[in-house]
Ligand binder design. Structure first.
Ligand SMILES: C[S@@+](CC[C@H](N)C(=O)[O-])C[C@H]1O[C@@H](n2cnc3c(N)ncnc32)[C@H](O)[C@@H]1O
Length: 256
């Protein structure tokens, strides 16, 4: 079992995800693009969590399939979206996707860095290749992933901009990052690594990837055209992708 699965089964974590109801700025750009897309028969929402994205994307498509390996998250979706008749929610690990009733999709989504729960490059490439084969020609895959170039920010003290009372908790965070993961120098210059970055109270082991390396893997998996969006929703020129040190980057991948 993937060690992160246990964390996402926890009632507290399911409850906290069920409170999320908005799209992030970059996701709003993706939503607007998908809304104007011609073919919108079916969507596959991977690592759906408690269904934050369902509310927005299910009404755009004839068929909506949400998948998560956390039975608790899927139960939460089923309770929350009883009235959405075109939606199906399935408990499954994305690394062993079951034969889905519809095996071609116009859009596949893996939002909020869910892909970073996969711990090896091999698993990531296998999943990207599988997603490419599940897409209809002209289909789009959107996901976000943590950025190795944000390492410095992870290890350094970040002055709380709005609430000075958070100085103490920021001090504790920074100390914990080093104590749990070892020194920053263990990771500098690496294209792919895993750290406990504070996600789910330092329990989730997240993968980070160098953006240009992510582009290479996407090409190897069949995606010849990719666009990238920063956290604020601005397009990143693809030939300058390693100039962006945002904590994570959104990738829009086209099956030609
Ligand atoms: C950070 S949460 C994001 C949840 C949701 N997509 C959102 O944007 O609110 C990551 C989700 O991916 C799921 N997940 C991670 N690895 C998975 C895997 N191998 N198979 C299925 N689900 C997975 C977790 O259970 C969790 O619900």
């Amino acid at each position: 079992m993937n060690a992160n699965q246990k964390i996402y089964e926890s009632k507290i974590v399911v409850h906290s995800y069920s409170g999320l109801k908005k799209l992030f700025p970059a996701e709003k750009i993706i939503f607007n693009l998908i809304a104007t897309k011609q073919n919108k028969r079916s969507i596959l929402d991977l690592g759906i969590g408690a269904g934050r994205t369902t509310l927005f994307f299910a009404p755009l498509f004839e068929t909506y399939i949400g998948v998560d390996f956390s039975a608790g998250m899927i139960e939460s979706c089923r309770n929350r979206y009883r009235s959405i008749s075109n939606a199906q929610f399935i408990v499954a690990d994305v690394t062993t996707l079951p034969k889905l009733s519809i095996n071609r999709f116009d859009f596949v989504l893996f939002s909020f860095n869910g892909i970073d729960c996969l711990q090896s490059i091999e698993e990531r490439v296998a999943l990207l290749t599988e997603i490419h084969s599940l897409l209809e020609p002209g289909g789009i895959f959107a996901f976000s992933s943590h950025n190795t170039l944000a390492l410095k920010r992870l290890y350094s003290f970040q002055w709380p901009r709005r609430n000075p009372l958070k100085i103490f908790s920021e001090y504790v965070r920074r100390r914990k990052v080093s104590r749990i993961n070892g020194p920053e120098s263990n990771y500098i210059g690496k294209k792919f690594f895993q750290v406990y970055d504070g996600g789910e109270d330092f329990k989730v082991h997240n993968s980070y990837i160098l953006p240009s390396h992510q582009l290479t893997l996407l090409k190897e998996s069949g995606f010849q055209r990719v666009e990238a969006i920063d956290i604020k929703g601005k397009i990143i020129p693809i030939d300058k992708i390693d100039s962006c040190n945002d904590n994570w980057i959104h990738y829009l991948c086209y099956k030609l």
